[in-house]
Every structure is written in C-alpha cells, then in structure tokens.
Write a protein that binds this ligand. Sequence first.
Ligand code: UTP
Length: 292
Amino acid sequence: MIRPVRTAVFPVGGLGTRFLPATKAMPKEMLPVVDKPLIQYAVEEAQAAGIEEFIFVTGRGKHAIEDHFDRSYELEDVLRERDKTDMLEAINSWMPKAGAVSYTRQMEPQGLGHAVRCAKALVGDEPFAVLLADDLILSPRGCLVEMVEAYNKVGGNMIAAMDVPQEHTRRYGIVKPGKDEDKLVEVKGLVEKPNPADAPSRTAVIGRYILQPSVFDHIDAVERGAGGEIQLTDALARMIGEVPFHGLRFSGTRYDCGDKVGFLHANIAFALHRQDMRKDAAAIIREISKTL
Ligand code: UTP
C-alpha cells in the first residue's frame, strides 16, 4: 500500500556562505525573489501539493523565518486602519494553520543528511517530503504537485531530476539511470558531486524529495561524505533496491538561489512572469542591455 505524503521538512540550517555578506545575520531562505521570501515559495508549493504539516529544521540566526510564519498583530492593525485589505491578504492568506508548523534546531550545520535526521521525531513513521527553499522552481503546476501525483502511483522514494551540463556534475548528486521513460527515471545509483569524468549521467538531483521514513536509519549508518558533511545522497544510495526509487523530470525551470547569479536570474524571470511587473521589468532590461 502506498501511504500518502502529509508532512514536509524544510531544512533551513545551512550557513549560506555563497551568499555572504547578505546571509551574515539573515537566513538565505528569507531572501526575497521579487517580493516574497524563498521559504514562502517553498511552503506554498508544499501546500499546493496537499501538505498539512510543516517542519522547519533551523539553525543559528533563523528567527526571521519563525516570525514570518506567525501573525503580526501590530502590522495587521495598521493595515486594517489604513484599509489595505490587499496587503492584509498578502501577509496572511498563505499562512499554515495554527499548530501545523513545528521547528527543531540542527545545532550544528553538519550537512543536509544531518538536517533531515533532526526531523525524525517530528516526522514519525510516515513518508514525507523535503523541500530546499534555495532551489526555486518556476513551474505551471508546482514541482511537488507533480511529484506527489507520480508518487501516488509508484510509491517509494522520489527525487526531482533535471539534466545539467556535464561540466556541472560536481555541484550535484547525480543519478545512475535505469528505465527512463515519459517523465520518470528509475534510480539505479546515486553519487554525490562526482567529477564530470566519473559521473554516471548528467541527470542531477534537485532539492525536492519524497522519502520513506526508513531513510532515518540509513542516515544514522552513513559516514561523513563529500565536504566532511553527512550527505542525504549517501543515505538515499543505500535505499536503492530496498524501496522503489524514481526521479521525476519536472516541468518548469529551476533557479539555484543559493548562488548570486542564480538568484539574480530568478528575480528577472519571476518579475517578467508577473502580470503587474512584466512591462516595467522588460523595459528596464532593454534599457540596460543597450548600455552593454
Ligand atoms: P547548501 O548546500 O546550499 O548549503 O544547502 P548552505 O550552507 O545553505 O549554503 P552554502 O553552500 O554555504 O552557500 C542546501 C540546503 O540544505 C540546507 C540549507 O539550508 C539549504 O536549504 N542545509 C545544508 C541545512 O539545513 N543544514 C546543513 O547542515 C546544510
């Protein structure tokens, strides 16, 4: 029987060193793309996919995230006094229900595998999704929506998959593919950040996962891997053969917002995608490109 996915884990405990100095005192996940923090995009994507419980694995200096997912009575009062109903809607309409959000602290950023392991007690014995907010995906229906639909047919573990240039394989977990048809690719092996010459394919793991709870035992069993961190990919590699394991080639475009250029790209793409900003954004881009 395929058990439904109701819970999502958001690991937000990383240091965000690629984005210093912006991330010195502010979490990377609160960086806004146009007018919305990255973490809100991820939470809304999870809500669209039917997620009911939201678990944040936080770290030092991440209070802004907790405040963002809480009511702000003073602000609400001022907006109400000023009749700003659209703004009231903008700060509240996407808020998860009271009690649906939980937080745990990673204490030390020992890697994504370690961050996910910290959520074990809160997740319990259920399949769950993991969303990395810095992988922002502009897609017509939502990447996790597509993954949940596919998962409900095949079960097991599922990752979001995307082909990357051969020379970029050392930035990603890379899939050794099996049967590859329609949008689903069977995962026969996984290697974290391989050199291009050693990569088993160009198919990379992107920051969306649906995982079976047995992953926690596998995280406990792995040694520190690439970069001296406890890698989620290494734990997932141990589950191949134990549960069905697929990559979903999602629709849409993914932006690496943990990287400065990727973040800039996302801001331009999202602004051009917005009805209310498209014209102005396009005019600015045309104006600047004339000077290049
Ligand atoms: P990254 O690989 O982007 O690492 O993490 P990072 O520390 O956030 O950023 P850089 O590389 O130093 O610039 C991918 C995701 O995993 C989370 C991050 O918050 C991000 O969402 N993460 C990473 C943790 O929660 N804990 C960790 O120990 C590492």
